[in-house]
Design a protein around this ligand. Sequence first.
Ligand SMILES: [Zn+2]
Length: 249
Amino acid sequence: MKQECKVEPLAALQENKIAAFDMSARDFLVGEHGRCENPRLYRSVEPRLVRLHRRVSRKVKGSSNRDKARVRLARTYENIGHRRTDWLQKISTTLANEHDAIIIEALNVAGMKRWNGGIAKSVTLDFSWGAFVRMLGYKMAWRGKQLVTIDRFYPSSKMCSACGAVNSTLTLADRHWTCPSCGAMHDRDVNAATNIKREGLRILSEKGINVIKPTTNSTAGTAGINASGNPARPVTSMARVDERRIHVL
Ligand SMILES: [Zn+2]
């Protein structure tokens, strides 16, 4: 017997409820209108982990004191894992509730490990991108909403979102850059999110999904609405609230 729960996809999506995010090891998610900070759970307990590892290695092998130290170390790792999962569940639920569609880049996590050690540590231990994308995928599907992933070969970072020129000289270290073709100045992550959104909207229309643009009447004179008609991002405030919940063990 099939245990499938079929949810009819929404007939039309509101464009102002479509958000695109670029992944960033430092910020976790970067959208056009805000960032969602990575809580760095591993880093916050790193000194404690170092201490616990040292304690294990100093105890006599086979002693009950060594066993106790090992259990304490294992519990600390387990605790980090639980808090990370909890954070990912909350953030994916909030995003799924607030948006009709979310557009993100399909990431090459193996390739990201080639980055320098500090970022690699964030990626492998704190980042949990794969788990996040899976959670977001099923939460959107349950609500009849869309999660669109962009091909990782799409040049989201290197393309100028103003004129479409591709800046092939851009490196990972360039956080801000000026387009050599049109002179537009970009924040690397915000530019990428803008490109990702555009590509995502193209994919949605290719799939025949109806996207409704906000009418000028509904947004005129409303506080907190920016030039593109989207309300100011709630993601940042949500991330801050969560950040406060993270305390050192
Ligand atoms: Zn340009």
